[in-house]
Write a protein that binds this ligand. Structure first.
Ligand SMILES: Nc1nc2c(ncn2[C@@H]2O[C@H](COP(=O)(O)OP(=O)(O)OP(=O)(O)O)[C@@H](O)[C@H]2O)c(=O)[nH]1
Ligand SMILES: [Mg+2]
Length: 357
């Protein structure tokens, strides 16, 4: 399961946001610091439609997993900086939801999300630089002892990284081949991770959301970084209400849509994930795979037996299904067709696997 790390300066609202995103938070004990993990449902109007049309008893949404690696109790965190252990935890995440404090808190400096971002940005670059430099030193030694094409190639990649970092360029802005990316993945470099910046704004700033985002974007123009806003305390309240009360609460505050669904969808995209659907005997279900995955891998998500015994996949895209509303009609019109195991699954495919075990 791919994971998004909720990171950001002390008191920026990480724990509050995680609770809003995924109320059922599991706590991993055992380590020096607690790690909070939450699974958020990915709302998907297409799945809702299928569930409605097919009338199955259960609907199963795709999920995104979030982790609040800081896991401090309130007020326990250090005033600034990320300690080395915390950076190790952040490195193990697949993407980052970088939360910034945009509201004032007694006892903390005035809210300055831009400054907060720049501080973290600099710290992450330095941390990457240290890793890259160590690796370069190490490779130089190894190459001088026993040179090999693999070592030399890695050396070149690391030198490219080093040059970029010295120019204060995050690594995610460089172009790497799939093979180079694979080599780099082992080093878990922070500035290579896709990042979603979320400014946690004060309740009274909700009406100014758009301006706040565009101000931020004007100053910080890092490619590969998305910017968004949310008000974590409000979102937590909305998440705890039933649908009707939530609607009323949002109307009172002049909020059209909860930010959570938007954030979850953005997170999903950030991780490079897409959904395909299955219509089972008793459930309509959305499954998650990486963008670019083949039908056989999709089968493996559902069950390892289906992957092993894969024969064919019968596929129709949701957009072709919707106007017809019936699988047989889709087949008749040729939009529902058989695909082999190498077929590249598209976001929104409705798939029935044929397999033999
Ligand atoms: N006004 C306002 N207060 C917020 C918001 N989000 C969080 N807070 C408050 O800010 C304080 C810190 O929130 P936490 O969620 O504990 O922040 P954190 O990032 O987990 O903090 P550490 O784990 O200590 O780094 C709490 O008192 C929250 O109620 C927000 O959107 N608006
Ligand atoms: Mg916390």
């Amino acid at each position: 399961m791919l994971r998004i790390g909720i990171i950001g300066p002390q008191g920026c609202g990480k724990t509050t946001l995680l609770q809003a995103l995924a109320p059922a938070v599991k706590v991993d004990g055992g380590t020096r610091r607690e790690i909070h993990i939450g699974q958020a449902k990915v709302q998907d109007a297409r799945l809702d439609h299928l569930y409605h049309i097919f009338g199955r008893s259960k609907k199963v949404n795709a999920i995104v997993e979030y982790v609040d690696v800081a896991g401090y109790q309130r007020g326990e965190a250090k005033t600034s900086g990320y300690d080395p252990q915390l950076l190790v935890e952040i490195r193990s995440c697949d993407a980052l939801l970088h939360l910034l404090r945009g509201f004032d808190t007694p006892g903390l400096p005035d809210a300055d999300p831009l400054a907060g971002y720049e501080t973290d940005f600099a710290e992450f670059l330095i941390s990457d630089q240290i890793i890259v430099e160590h690796r370069i030193e190490r490779l130089e030694k190894e190459i001088s002892k026993k040179p090999s094409p693999d070592l030399k190639r890695e050396y070149q990649i690391m030198q490219r990284c080093q040059a970029a970092l010295l120019e204060e360029q995050p690594l995610r802005t460089l172009d790497f081949s799939a093979e180079e990316e694979k080599i780099l993945r082992a080093f878990q470099l922070l500035s290579l991770k896709p990042e979603l910046v979320v400014i946690n704004i004060a309740e009274e700033d909700i009406a100014r959301s758009k301006d706040i985002v565009s101000e931020f974007r004007q100053t910080i123009q890092h490619p590969g970084v998305e910017v968004s806003v949310a008000c974590a305390t409000i979102e937590m309240e909305i998440a705890q209400l039933d649908e009707a009360s939530a609607r009323e609460f949002m109307d009172d505050l002049g909020i059209r849509e909860s930010a959570l669904n938007r954030l979850i969808r953005a997170s999903y995209k950030l991780l490079g994930l897409i959904s395909f659907f299955t219509i089972g005997d008793d459930e309509c279900r959305a499954w998650t795979i990486r963008n670019g995955a083949i039908a056989r891998a999709a089968a493996g998500e559902v069950h390892s037996d289906i992957e092993r015994g894969f024969i064919r996949a019968e596929v129709v895209h949701f957009d072709d299904f919707k106007p017809r509303g019936d699988l047989a009609a889709c087949r008749k019109d040729g939009v529902r067709r058989l695909e082999g195991k190498q077929y590249i699954v598209k976001d929104g495919d409705i798939i029935e696997f044929r397999f033999a075990v």
